[in-house]
Design a protein around this ligand. Sequence first.
Ligand code: ISJ
Length: 289
Amino acid sequence: MNFTTGSSEDELLSLDNIRSTLIRLEDTIIFALIERSQFAWNQKIYEKGAFEELKVLGFEGSWLGWFLFETESFHAKARRYTSPDEHPFTPIQKLPQPIIAMQSFPSLLHPQSAAHPSTNANSRILDFYVNKIVLAITKRVKISKGSTDRDDGNYGSSATRDVEVLQALSRRIHFGMFVSESKFRGAPHKFIPHILAQPPNTEALAGLITKPAVEAALLVRLGNKAEIYGQELDPQGKLRKSPGEATESGSSGHAETRLDTAEVVALYRDWVIPLTKDVEVGKLAQCHI
Ligand SMILES: C=C(O[C@@H]1C=C(C(=O)O)C=C[C@H]1O)C(=O)O
């Protein structure tokens, strides 16, 4: 979704348009995970204070935290975080101001939405990614024959890919704000009583925004994408076959798919969808008063 082209508010907040962006982000996230899965776990890059070199620079966080800070500082100068669909992992007050004038965006969201803490899920996104996802998607990386080490020393490459995955996950999950705005505008009378309840009835709001059929279709589509995108071609450009079957070129065996399909489905089922719904409910409950 591009907020600056000539689309009208109605077009931008059409649920079909929003969902098409979410579907497109599935591809971005899967390929970003494939890129990260080339490298070992490299747990050291997630540990705060593990690099003395960063302390010399005055940075007390982890290697990944440093990559996020430096990357987001550069992007902030290019006004990335003035866009309503972008949320930095670094506290915004630590980032520099844009060096170019802000773009004008249509007022799609309730004024309080963007700033309200309840709608920023990045700390939870970082936590589940570092503690649940990275190990799962890098478990197949073979460091060297017989080695059990999960560290290949590719700290820069690993963190660069981590930032790309995190930015895509953050954009996808925070798109929940536009989803809930679209649903609210479609039937405000259904939402308002639960928003005005003291405290807001978040369980009822969650029931209103949840669409089981959409979620079920997503998980099937996602598994198929991960299966297809994760396959590798042999030197002759032919899809490698499943375990044990000889490939057309006559060589036996196969290259494993680059990602465990079940892990990708679990990522969405257990984390991405629930957090997206938390953002939807949080925005309605906190920002539509
Ligand atoms: C995003 C939506 O809202 C909810 C969250 C979904 C998700 O995170 O994929 C899918 C369906 C809904 O339960 C939607 O309705 O499309």
